[in-house]
Design a protein around this ligand. Structure first.
Ligand code: PMP
Length: 416
């Protein structure tokens, strides 16, 4: 079978040109048409936290389809929807003392963000949304407007009038974790900085290059938001569903956002699915005010429910992520030490890890070398200078080990 040429794939607007035809996948592996196996440390940019074709989720889906249950239902209340809502409440929200209304905003992460931005404007009656440098929130106009990374907005003519850019944690050398400067600007009418309706933040910036916000900074941000009646929106599209260890990435900071966006690994099986979680008093949508044909997709409800049952009723997955995250971190530190002269640095939380280089060419070459050696990786960061590792949370230790050896070899080859 013919592989798409690079130019063709660019026309189709994909950014990754892996020259292979992929045909099958299982656990942390994908296979090309020749049967060559690749370890997948890309994992659908965080959409496959439980790996490919997990048998429990697959069986739940097959059973559902075989028994002619409802696939498309739009506004109908279905058994699959009811079971998902009940399980999400019992397994995720209640044990964490969280109370949220669950909204189905559309099939993907960018839809969850759009709903969050709209409700923030409606609730507060204000229009400005504060966003952070290097952030990424999606590809539709609203979510692009609050995306800090200018390269992603390239050419789209995105209206930015109602956005306010703030420096992400550590941007100012970590010298102002209390955000005092922002407080002053907001409180001083002579500054011209009007009060935003909301602040949207990733606790760990995924596309931005695995930039980790400190718990202190998040708490300061949350305090400022509540004191000034700005909504705190946490975009947990990439870092939620256990990527950093706990189900929600903000859990350890003690912060309780007003609005949370989830998608990617929520269906557990790579099916399109998103939710926007709203504090109950914020749920002031009128019927039909935010709708769409594919919001709430029953096959995704089924696999999502099975995933919550399988992975989140106990704390085993979380412990695994903590343990394996530390392992990946220490292995990456060895690599960074070996390449300190290339300015290699390591960062991350849980199983969202990265090694950054001063020269983006090195990061690109590492990913290409890794592909040849049977490992899928992607670059991230404002200049694509970061090699990002997002292995499925269920990846076996020996596969993590094998993948990390490939990373080490690939960096050496990139620097020859
Ligand atoms: N928010 C974050 C933090 C993301 O990482 C992404 C996707 N990379 C999105 C939103 C957009 O999600 P989607 O691509 O599903 O629209």
């Amino acid at each position: 079978m013919r592989i798409f040429e690079e130019t063709e794939s660019q026309v189709r607007s994909y950014c990754r040109g892996w020259p292979a035809l992929f045909v099958r996948s299982k656990d942390s592996h994908v296979f090309d048409e020749h049967g060559k196996s690749y370890l997948d440390f890309f994992a659908g940019a965080g959409a496959l936290n439980y790996g490919h074709n997990h048998p429990v989720l697959k069986n739940a889906l097959l059973e559902y389809l075989t028994d002619d249950h409802i696939v498309h239902s739009l506004d109908m209340y279905t058994e699959a929807k009811a079971r998902f809502l009940e399980t999400f409440r019992d397994v995720i929200l209640r044990p964490r003392g969280l109370e949220y209304r669950v909204q189905f905003p559309g099939p993907t992460g960018t839809n969850a963000v759009e709903a969050a931005l709209k409700i923030a404007r409606k609730v507060t009656g204000r229009t400005t949304i504060a966003r952070f440098t290097n952030s990424f929130h999606g590809m539709t106009l609203g979510s692009l407007a609050v995306t800090g990374n200018g390269r992603k907005r390239h050419g789209a003519g995105v209206p930015l009038e109602h956005t306010l850019t703030l420096p992400f944690d550590q941007y100012l050398d970590g010298s102002t974790p209390d955000l005092l400067w922002l407080r002053r600007l907001i409180e001083d009418s002579s500054s011209g900085v009007g009060l935003p309706a909301a602040v949207i933040v990733e606790t760990v910036q995924g596309e931005g290059g695995i930039n980790v916000a400190s718990p202190e900074w998040l708490r300061a941000l949350s305090l400022l938001c509540s004191e000034h009646d700005m909504l705190l929106i946490v975009d947990d599209v990439q870092m939620g569903c256990g990527r950093t260890g706990p189900f929600f990435s903000f859990e350890e900071s003690g912060v309780v956002p007003d609005v949370v966006c989830l998608s990617k690994s929520l269906s557990g099986y790579g099916l399109p699915f998103a939710v926007t979680l709203l504090r109950p008093e914020l749920d002031i949508w009128e019927p039909g005010e935010h709708n769409g044909t594919f919001r709430g997709y029953n096959p995704a409800f089924v696999t999502a429910t099975a995933a919550l049952d399988e992975f989140w009723r106990d704390g085993i997955l979380r412990d695994t992520v903590d343990r394996n995250g530390s392992f990946v971190d220490s292995e990456l530190r060895l690599i960074a030490d070996e390449h300190a002269d290339a300015g290699a640095t390591v960062r991350g939380r849980g199983l969202a890890r990265a090694v950054a280089f001063e020269d983006a060419n090195i990061a690109g070459a590492v990913c290409r070398n890794a592909f040849e050696r049977g490992l899928l990786l992607e670059t991230a960061g404002s200049d694509d200078e970061v090699v990002k590792l997002l292995p499925p949370l269920t990846t076996h230790r020996e596969d993590l080990d094998a993948g990390l050896s490939i990373v080490a070899d690939s960096v050496r080859a990139a620097r020859k």
